[in-house]
Design a protein around this ligand. Structure first.
Ligand SMILES: *[C@@H]1O[C@H](CO)[C@@H](O)[C@H](O)[C@H]1NC(C)=O
Ligand SMILES: *[C@@H]1O[C@H](CO)[C@@H](O)[C@H](O)[C@H]1NC(C)=O
Ligand SMILES: *[C@@H]1O[C@H](CO)[C@@H](O)[C@H](O)[C@H]1NC(C)=O
Ligand SMILES: *[C@@H]1O[C@H](CO)[C@@H](O)[C@H](O)[C@H]1NC(C)=O
Length: 278
């Protein structure tokens, strides 16, 4: 009859020998998470692996979205293929070790055409391993603007970003002044969004997006700062545009007195704003 301890022993032997038989191990694949389109920089994608000293017939391959773009079969020199045929620096050396020297790819001037999933695959006669990572290539917006529209109750702020890639996220905030212990501080609150839209330009693939945030006229102090924030997810790219809010009283009425009053109110508010800054 088997003892429990014997079973554990057998299991340990088997699991250890399994690890031992694995000749190749990819330690990590390092790919820049995000690069800017057409920035005339280069991106280095590295594939760090360990192989056993007696392993033979090493082959290192890189794929972009499942398309073979690079292969190195030592002792031959590496070659680039397909979409990246003319974009890889074949002289780039990742190490001095002849078993890993050409494991990495250096891509000259990445553009949005070569964004996607990069896979490194390493094989020998006995074994194979692969690992992948995504690379985003982004194009900053051509324009980011905020506009204001108001009636006698509400103020709408439209934030529009044009020709961005990939599709960005927009947020509208207003600054709230907080007077506490004779100290003025600001914090931001989100405006509630009443309308939004995303359009993709079929020719360029770029996105134009807008959001409309609303606030009550009565709750908006003249001189409030309204911020529009643009983020491209996964890239760390952030852009901020700010508008200094003043109501346009001229749209509210036609009365001559009102007109005069409002002009003076604006002047008064603006003076207060300036004073508040000193
Ligand atoms: C990225 O840059 C390339 C080269 O200038 C350009 O052809 C391509 O349209 C750009 N991509 C986007 C999404 O703007
Ligand atoms: C791109 O970079 C290379 C080398 O860094 C430089 O020689 C070349 O002038 C640059 N091109 C542009 C358009 O900036
Ligand atoms: C590959 O990764 C291992 C483990 O992280 C590290 O010890 C080694 O220095 C790396 N090799 C190179 C050439 O970077
Ligand atoms: C603000 O936006 C809402 C939703 O799109 C719209 O119904 C309303 O007429 C707008 N108000 C102004 C003053 O533009």
């Amino acid at each position: 009859m088997f003892q429990f301890s014997e079973l554990v022993f057998v299991y340990l032997i088997c699991s250890q020998s399994h690890i031992f038989l694995n000749g190749i191990q990819i330690n990590y694949v390092q790919v820049p998470a995000a690069v800017r389109n057409n920035s005339n920089r280069s991106a280095i994608l590295d594939c760090n692996y360990s192989i056993r000293p007696d392993d033979t017939e090493l082959i290192v391959k890189w794929f972009l979205n499942e398309e073979l773009i690079y292969q190195w079969i030592p002792p031959q020199s590496p070659q680039s293929l397909g979409t990246l045929k003319d974009n890889i620096d074949l002289d780039y050396k990742a190490s001095d070790d002849p078993k890993t020297v050409y494991r990495a790819i250096k891509i000259n001037n990445p553009t949005t055409q070569i964004a996607g999933e990069y896979k490194c695959q390493v094989s020998t006669l006995a074994d194979e391993d692969f690992s992948m990572k995504n690379m985003i290539v982004f194009e900053p917006e051509a324009k980011l603007i905020i506009r204001k529209r108001m009636d006698d109750k509400y103020v709408n702020f439209t934030c529009l970003a044009s020709d961005v890639y990939p599709s960005p996220k927009l947020f509208l905030y207003k600054d709230i002044k907080n007077n506490l212990y004779n100290k003025t501080s600001f914090f931001r609150i989100r405006l509630s969004i009443v309308e939004w839209d995303v359009k993709k330009n079929p020719n360029t693939g770029k996105y134009t997006v807008f959001i409309v945030g609303v606030d009550h006229l009565a709750e908006l102090e003249p001189g409030t700062l309204i911020h529009c924030e643009l983020k491209i997810p996964g890239t760390g790219y952030v852009k901020l545009k700010t508008l200094l809010y003043y109501p346009d009283f001229y749209t509210l009425g036609n009365g001559c007195l009102k007109h005069w009053l409002n002009r003076n109110l604006i002047f008064y508010a603006f003076t207060l704003y300036l004073l508040g800054n000193y």
